[in-house]
Design a binder for this molecule. Structure first.
Ligand code: CUA
Length: 353
């Protein structure tokens, strides 16, 4: 093979590699459920409208400065040993230009940034606003909808999946039960820290129905990466039906095997409203309408019989974490349930829709 051939082959390989990389990047972007650049609600859209011009200004500055460096180092390269750089120290005109230009640029960016910060932080008002108290836990989210209560005064409570109606503001009042978490659903809103002993707020709204993924965005322990979020935006009619269903109590199990496990084990941490022996514990997610959700365990798993069985068999085996009972433990331990118990519990849990 001649040298020219080898060079041509190398160039072809390089181009093929680059094309493959671009294609892969394109494929990733088209399958990105947490893409902040494709907002579906007003808050995320406002933030996107701020990001885009700032990005292009930054890109122009980057290419201007880097291009300038390349051009000037070529244009004024050293041609002989006698070459010496011309000193520009004390050049008033140059110093004024390179002080005023960046200052004006930063001031120009600051104005829309500050306006956006204030607008995004403004609390939505009106009887139409859905108010939700959010509590971050290692490693799941609890939601309490203070607008909706049962006849006996219980607040609508759910976990991991935030169900919202399209076209209405949702105002989250957030705190944490343990570590610092951060609530982030990129298509709907920016991220907001969720801090123990402190209250933070976040508003969001979706204009279209759909499922929008998010995740905890602050490192909070072993299963931080598994602390997912699903926001499920329903049409107003579907949302009303969902609320009505959520306010109903569950039907108690008929299987004595399930009943004894619930009262002897599960109810130490979980609540199933309507089942005798339930003490209202909120260490783990409220399970009253467990099967009405599409996912569980911090939205890490899709809600399928196989996944629930695998979870019951060995929770720390399928999701990393330190089980309760061990020092500083936070997650469900392995109760060494028998296969018969697992089958019976899965069957009962699937009735809790
Ligand atoms: Cu919660 Cu990271």
């Amino acid at each position: 093979m001649t040298g020219r051939h080898a060079r041509r082959n190398r160039r072809a390989a390089l181009l093929t590699g680059l094309a493959a990389l671009l294609l892969a990047a394109g494929a990733c972007v088209s399958n990105a459920p947490q893409d902040a650049l494709k907002p579906v609600g007003p808050v995320a859209r406002q933030e996107d409208h701020l990001f885009k011009p700032v990005f292009w200004i930054a890109a122009a500055v980057f290419f201007g400065v880097e291009g300038g460096i390349l051009y000037l180092s070529w244009r004024f390269r050293r041609r002989s040993d006698q070459d010496a750089p011309k000193q520009i120290h004390g050049n008033r005109r140059l110093e004024i230009i390179w002080t005023i230009l960046p200052a004006a640029l930063l001031a120009g960016i600051a104005i829309p940034t500050i306006l956006t910060i204030f607008s995004v932080a403004q609390k939505p008002v009106g009887s139409d606003v859905i108010h939700v108290n959010v509590t971050g836990h290692q490693w799941w989210w609890q939601y309490e909808y203070t607008n909706f209560k049962t006849p006996d005064g219980r607040t609508l409570r759910t976990a991991n999946e935030l169900v919202i109606p399209t076209g209405r503001w949702v105002y989250l009042t957030m705190t944490s039960a343990d570590a610092i978490h951060s609530y982030w659903v990129p298509k709907l809103s920016g991220k907001q820290d969720v801090i123990p002993n402190r209250t933070t707020y976040l508003k969001l709204r979706s204009d279209v129905p759909g499922v929008f993924r998010g995740q905890c965005a602050e490192y909070c322990g072993l299963s931080h990466a598994n602390m997912r979020i699903r926001v499920i935006a329903k049409t107003p009619t579907e949302f009303d039906a969902w609320v009505t269903r959520q306010l109903q109590p569950a039907t108690p199990p008929t299987d004595p095997l399930v009943m004894s496990r619930l009262t002897g084990t599960c109810f130490a941490c979980h609540t199933i409203n309507g089942v005798p022996g339930n003490a209202g514990a909120l260490v783990g997610p409220d399970l009253t309408h467990f099967a009405g959700r599409s996912s569980f365990a911090g939205s890490m798993f899709d809600l399928t019989p196989e996944n629930i069985a695998a979870w019951l068999r060995d929770p720390p085996g399928v999701k990393p974490g330190v089980p309760i009972g061990e020092k500083y433990g936070t997650m469900m331990p392995n109760y060494h349930l028998s296969q018969a118990e697992i089958n019976a519990l899965v069957a009962y849990l699937l009735t809790l829709n």
